[in-house]
Design a binder for this molecule. Sequence first.
Ligand SMILES: [Zn+2]
Length: 345
Amino acid sequence: MIGLGFREHGGLDRVELVEVPDNEPAAGEVRIRLRAAAFNRLDRFVLAGIPGVPIERPHVLGSDGAGVVDAIGPGVNDLAVGDRVLLNPGLWDATCPACVAGLECLCRDYRIVGEHTQGTATESIVLPRRNVHRIPSSLTWEQAAAAPLVFQTAWRAIRTVGAVAPGETVAIIGAGGGVSTAAIQVARQAGARVVVVGRSLDKADACRRLGAEEVLLLTEEKPLDRTLWEWSGKRGIDLIFDSVGSPTVPRSVRSVARGGRLVVIGATAGPLVQIDLRTLFWRQASIRGSTMATSHEFDAVLAELVAGRLAAVVDRVFDWSDGRAALARMDAPDLFGKVVLRTPG
Ligand SMILES: [Zn+2]
C-alpha cells in the first residue's frame, strides 16, 4: 500500500509517496482502514530526524487517525468489522511495572505511532486492540483524527501533572497550534482562568471562543515574564503550559506564582535553557515534564469528546494528493488548530 512519508530525512522537499507492506492483524490486534489522519509538530521532527530515535525507512508520517475496522485478529471479541473507531497513538507493552500500575505513558517501552512505528498517513494500520476506540457517528472523521494526541497531552499536563484547581490561573504559551487549542479548552473546563500569550492578536477572538479570558501580545519591550507579571497583578501564574522551549522557558520560570507549576510538553523552538534556581526555590515552584497520557486519562478525554464538551479545532482539511502542502501548513502564521489529511481509504 502507499503512504505519505519519506525515504531520506530532511525538509518538506523529502516528502513523497512511499510503498510500505500491507499488514495482517495478529492475535490481539485490529486493522483500521483509515479515513482521516492528522499531523502534529512531531511529524516535522520525525521528517528531519530525531537524534537517538532510529526510524525505519521508507517511513509513513502521521500519529493520529480515524477510520473503520476492516480486519480483526484472533482473540479480539469486542469489536466488529465496520465499526467506526479512532486510535490512541501511544504504544505500551502492558507488562512492565508502570503499565501494571496504570501509568502506561511511563512504560519502559513507550512508543508513539508515526514516530517509532509506521504512521497513519496511509490506507490502513494495524494496532493492538487496546489502542482502538469505538466512536459515534456524531464525531466526524476529521474531528476524530484531530483529537487524540493533542487532547491527551493537554489533559495529563494540565489536570494530572499540573494539578490545576478551579480558580487558578493557567497561561498557555503560544496560540494557534493544535496543542494550544486543546489546552485552552482543557484548562477552562477544569475551572481555571486561562490567559494565552502569543506574537499576534489575530487569533485572539478564536482563543476567547475556546475559553481564554485574555490574550496577551508579546513584544520586544514587553516579553513574556513582564506581560504575565503585570496581568497577574504581580502575583505570578499558577500553572504555565509551555511547548516552545528555549526562547520562553526561562521567562516562564520567572512568571510562576508561589507554589506554581511550569509544565513542559515540548521544545519546538529549542531544547536547552538556563534558568535562575533562586526563583524556583524562593517561590517553591516546580518544573515538570509531561508527555501523552495514561489509558485512564485517554478514556476520560474520549468521553468528553464524545459528549461534545471538548472538540478538536480543525484548521484545514487537505486531500490525499496535497500531503506536502498539509505538512507545510503547520508553518503558516495564521495556523489555528489541527491540519487533517483525508486518507485514500
Ligand atoms: Zn510498560
